[in-house]
Design a protein around this ligand. Structure first.
Ligand code: SF4
Length: 149
């Protein structure tokens, strides 16, 4: 990893009009999935786009563009895991980008908002080893989830 880390963010197209407020705040504060970066580490966002809508046509091309801008890591926005239902293609997308472009994929951006946490907990959406792994970077604790509600 270089002194400056360049990243790209891909959001779920269901939230395509999102202005990215929670993602940018979390990046600035190194919260949620961005806590993997040290506070004194420079992180530059070099690409931000949506998946293109189900079944994610933009996943095939957007990472290439981000890589050309120097991105080393792609974050799937937290909307991928909190949507109703969460993205059913998430593991395919992750495997594809890592295999095709040799870039690391991190699932999540900002902490999961508490309102989504409550509903998905009741629905049992994340009751599997795989989904436990996918939500881990953005699960946080109740205090931070409420802060991003
Ligand atoms: S559910 Fe997945 S494929 Fe569908 S719009 Fe969201 S991220 Fe894209």
């Amino acid at each position: 990893m270089t002194a400056k880390t360049k990243i790209g963010i891909i959001i779920c197209d269901r939230y395509r009009s999102c202005a990215g407020g929670k993602c940018f705040r979390a990046l600035q504060n190194r919260e949620g999935a961005f806590d993997i970066y040290k506070t004194d580490e420079e992180v530059e966002l070099v690409g931000y786009t949506s998946c293109g809508g189900c079944p994610g046509g933009n996943i095939e091309y957007a990472p290439e563009e981000m890589k050309k801008n120097g991105a080393e890591i792609i974050h799937f926005a937290t909307g991928f895991v909190v949507g109703y239902p969460p993205c059913p293609y998430i593991h395919h997308f992750k495997d594809f980008i890592e295999e095709k472009y040799g870039m690391k994929v991190v699932i999540g951006t900002h902490p999961i908002p508490q309102k989504y946490y409550i509903t998905h907990s009741k629905l049992g959406t994340w009751n599997s080893t795989e989904w436990n792994k996918f939500i881990k970077p953005t699960l946080g604790d109740e205090e931070i989830r409420l802060d991003y509600n």
